[in-house]
Design a protein around this ligand. Structure first.
Ligand code: NI
Length: 389
């Protein structure tokens, strides 16, 4: 089945929006120009409601179907923010702001959801309500959480939520997804170890903090190999090891370890945190030192629910060349996870062809993917809220 013909007609217009966003990248919550254009266009399409300022600079658009008797409400999400990367694509519509670049294709996501909004507002060939979520600050600012915390799901009675991300390496026209953990949680920890510093020649009068911290590092690596079910995927990395000794003949008094834990399910995430705390504190205690653990929770696991994945796959099969419903999970994280904690839903990867990877200065969004993304959004709404029921 092909993409919707209407999107072939709309492609030059949607592509022009995308190139304009690309030329004017904005970071984190500071997406005022982009959000302003999104608001202006949604209003121009005749959306029933357009509300800016949700989750600080997020924008919500609401489109009611020809009937709303079904009571169904489906949300579609796009992210609007760029990255602090200096663009090296040489494109004629490259970033006009040095040091800022749409290197993750969020310009494409925003343009595609606008394209779908234009179509849905024109045709309204569904029985229910579509809520469009344009979020800021996906890249480390938890903009999705800000919108959820602002009550976006309850205010519009959202029942299911769907999102997509372009994926270099996956051919254009392909969509992949999976049930359950699709992208990882990403948490960080700091362990401050305090012993008793002193002279290198009299170790018996000290508590050697470097030795204690070293034991902690080694023991932390037993968590993945000995506490986590080997079928599951968890990564623990200690990235930093500093002590306050700068001399070869001084035993350190204090050491600081910093690391990250990534998991694909909430149970392992909790288990890993408990074990990091216990291993650090008890190992330090065994040597007469102390360890203070600071845990900073990052994005949660992106967990797709089975029923909604089935709907996402069915819609994808209607408009795409190839659909993989059992794609392997990956360990980057994604703040759409917060929306999936709030409502059932599905996140899918949309093929972006053979380009540089996301977050690379030479990354390019492939405009030929636009009709597939737009068609998937629209197909999903019309199939989930059919007029004939
Ligand atoms: Ni991204």
């Amino acid at each position: 089945m092909p993409v919707r013909n209407r999107f072939a007609d709309l492609l030059p217009e949607i592509t022009a929006w995308r190139h304009d966003f690309h030329q004017h990248p904005e970071l984190m919550y500071d997406v005022h120009r982009t959000a302003g254009l999104v608001e202006e266009r949604l209003t121009g399409f005749g959306c029933d409601e357009v509300v800016p300022g949700i989750g600080r600079t997020g924008v919500v658009g609401v489109i009611k179907g020809r009937s709303t008797a079904s009571g169904r409400v489906i949300a579609l999400r796009a992210d609007m923010d760029a990255l602090p990367i200096h663009e090296e694509t040489g494109l004629d519509y490259a970033s006009t702001t040095p040091g800022k670049m749409h290197a993750c294709g969020h310009d494409g996501h925003t343009a595609m959801l606008l394209g779908a909004a234009k179509y849905l507002a024109e045709t309204r060939n569904f029985d229910g309500t579509v809520v469009l979520l344009f979020q800021p600050a996906e890249e480390g600012g938890a903009g999705a959480k800000a919108m959820v915390d602002d009550g976006v799901m309850d205010r519009w009675g959202v029942q299911e939520v769907y999102g997509l991300h372009n994926t270099p390496g996956l051919p254009v026209g392909h969509i992949s997804t999976r049930v359950g953990g699709f992208m990882a949680s990403s948490d960080e920890f700091e362990i401050e170890v305090t012993g008793k510093g002193g002279h290198a020649a009299t170790p018996h009068e000290t508590i050697d903090t470097t030795l204690v911290a070293s034991q902690i590092v080694v023991s932390l690596h037993s968590i993945v190999s000995r506490n986590i079910d080997p079928i599951h995927r968890v990564v623990l990395t200690v990235g930093t090891f500093e002590t306050d000794s700068t001399a070869s003949n001084v035993i350190a008094h204090r050491a600081l370890l910093k690391g990250t834990v990534r998991t694909l399910d909430t149970e392992n995430r909790k288990l890993a945190e408990e074990r990091v705390r216990r291993v650090a504190e008890d190992t330090a205690s065994a040597f007469g030192a102390t360890a203070k653990v600071t845990w900073t929770a990052g994005y949660p696991v992106t967990v797709n629910t089975a029923t909604e994945v089935a709907h996402a796959v069915e819609a994808a099969r209607a408009v795409c060349d190839h659909v993989d419903p059992e794609a392997p999970p990956i360990l980057p994280s994604e703040d759409f996870a917060y929306m999936l904690e709030s409502r059932p839903g599905a996140y899918v990867f949309l093929g972006n062809g053979d380009t540089a990877i996301c977050h690379h200065p030479a990354y390019q969004f492939d405009d030929s993917a636009i009709p597939y993304g737009c068609s998937w959004f629209v197909e999903l709404c019309e199939r989930r809220m059919p007029m004939d029921l």
